[in-house]
Design a protein around this ligand. Structure first.
Ligand SMILES: [Zn+2]
Length: 158
């Protein structure tokens, strides 16, 4: 599972960027693009992320993954068409002279820090006291929230 090494590299990269920004807050949200042809399986990636993140600033981060489609660019009819899976011929004219563009990268889109908001309000006040480390492992009563906001179904007119 090469997703694990990708996740490790990603987490390192995020930590680097957070440090470079001069922040130390935890990451609350991470947005990524994983192209459909990047060779990264999103499921495996999420799994590897869950395994890797404890103890990192990303421990509680929400992971948002977009999977952008690629473009099939036809050399014969010059049309572009978005493709969701690998194609061997142009969907319009059937020519095999195609090039696939995009969808091959894993892009770190944005990192949202917990710090960012408190950075404006107070001047980077750290709630934790040095020396007194929290003993972890007592947050078992945290339950994941069900996804909401998808209840926009209209009742049928009658
Ligand atoms: Zn074509």
């Amino acid at each position: 599972m090469h997703e694990l090494s990708i996740v490790q590299a990603l987490i390192e990269e995020v930590q680097k960027q957070v440090e470079a920004a001069g922040c130390q807050g935890r990451v609350v949200k991470l947005r990524l693009q994983i192209g459909r042809f990047s060779g990264v399986a999103v499921e495996a990636f999420r799994f590897a992320f869950e395994m890797t993140r404890p103890g990192t600033p990303l421990a509680d981060a929400e992971l948002e993954i977009e999977e952008p489609a690629a473009q099939c660019v036809c050399q014969t009819c010059a049309r572009c068409s978005p493709v969701e899976e690998l194609v061997l011929a142009c969907p319009y004219c059937g020519s095999p002279e195609i090039r696939l563009e995009g969808g091959q990268d894993l892009i770190l889109e944005s990192i949202e820090l917990e710090d960012a908001t408190s950075l404006e309000a107070t001047s980077c006040e750290k709630p934790e006291t040095p020396g007194a480390e929290k003993s972890g492992g007592t947050d078992a009563d945290r339950t994941p929230l069900p996804p909401e906001g998808r209840t926009d179904r209209n009742p049928p007119p009658n």
